[in-house]
Design a protein around this ligand. Structure first.
Ligand SMILES: [Fe+2]
Ligand SMILES: [Fe+2]
Length: 254
């Protein structure tokens, strides 16, 4: 089983970048399944039908989400009509919509609690999710969380119980990909797919600096310029288990 996973897709720029690269990467790496985190895919925050359709049309099979998924009221439309879009299992009433199986892979979505909303315990929630799943299927967890401590702890907690634990949410790719002692593949954060130049996590830097300088609400806009594509390629077979980072910048106009 070869899996391509792309970090948080940010806004239209991120969706367009994805559409320019997924098929080529899928072909060159011979990937069976493609997963992308879409919590920022509509306007930089949240998710809606248009964003989901565009991401699926790129060749993505499963879309994971996180804390920003509920920003627009259109999330409900996505929730009701797109079973391949999953939501963190530890949000109230989301357990039934927290995993999706396709082509022999089950993708599970979870969210952290450190420096984030006070939702249910992700460790006990994932135990409940796993209890309901077939032990034999290959399992990947997107742990959408802020703190590396919580992510690393989750990696060890699930080591040997799932095949891969990949972190999302910080939009910055970490260089700590590895195999844990019992065979689970792990990375603290996959990073993001979207605006890179003059960007703070995908948003125009001026607005974000203004927010930190003045402590007043600001309107964020997507940064302009080149996009970064951040992902991981995961290979799980009888003879090999590996996780490889993908990170490249698109070329600019000039
Ligand atoms: Fe995000
Ligand atoms: Fe997030």
């Amino acid at each position: 089983m070869k899996i391509l996973f792309f970090g948080d897709v940010v806004g239209r720029s991120g969706r367009q970048a994805l559409s320019r690269h997924v098929q080529d990467l899928k072909t060159s790496l011979n990937a069976d399944v493609v997963v992308a985190n879409g919590e920022n895919s509509a306007g930089g925050l949240g998710i809606n039908r248009k964003a989901v359709e565009e991401i699926l049309n790129c060749g993505v099979d499963v879309i994971t989400t996180g804390n920003h998924a509920f920003h627009w009221k259109e999330w409900k439309d996505v929730y009701e009509n797109y079973p391949m879009v999953v939501f963190p299992a530890n949000y109230p009433d989301m357990q039934d919509r927290s995993c999706y199986s396709v082509k022999g892979l089950t993708v599970i979505n979870l969210q952290g609690r450190v420096f984030m909303d006070c939702i249910d315990n992700p460790f006990s929630s994932v135990k409940n999710v796993l209890r309901r799943l077939d032990k034999e299927t290959i399992k990947l967890v997107d742990f959408h969380a802020e703190a590396t401590s919580e992510k690393i702890a989750m990696g060890y907690f699930l080591d040997g119980r799932v095949d891969a634990v990949v972190g999302t949410h910080t939009h910055v790719q970490t260089a700590d990909e590895k195999m844990l002692p019992n065979g689970t593949l792990y990375i603290s954060d996959v990073g993001m797919t979207g605006p890179y130049d003059n960007s703070v996590l995908g948003m125009d830097k001026e607005a974000v600096i203004g927010k930190f300088l003045n402590n007043r609400p600001v309107r964020y806009e997507l940064a302009k310029g080149r996009n970064i594509i951040n992902g991981v390629f995961i290979n799980i077979s009888d003879s090999e288990r590996s996780i490889t980072r993908i990170s490249f910048l698109e070329q600019g106009e000039d």
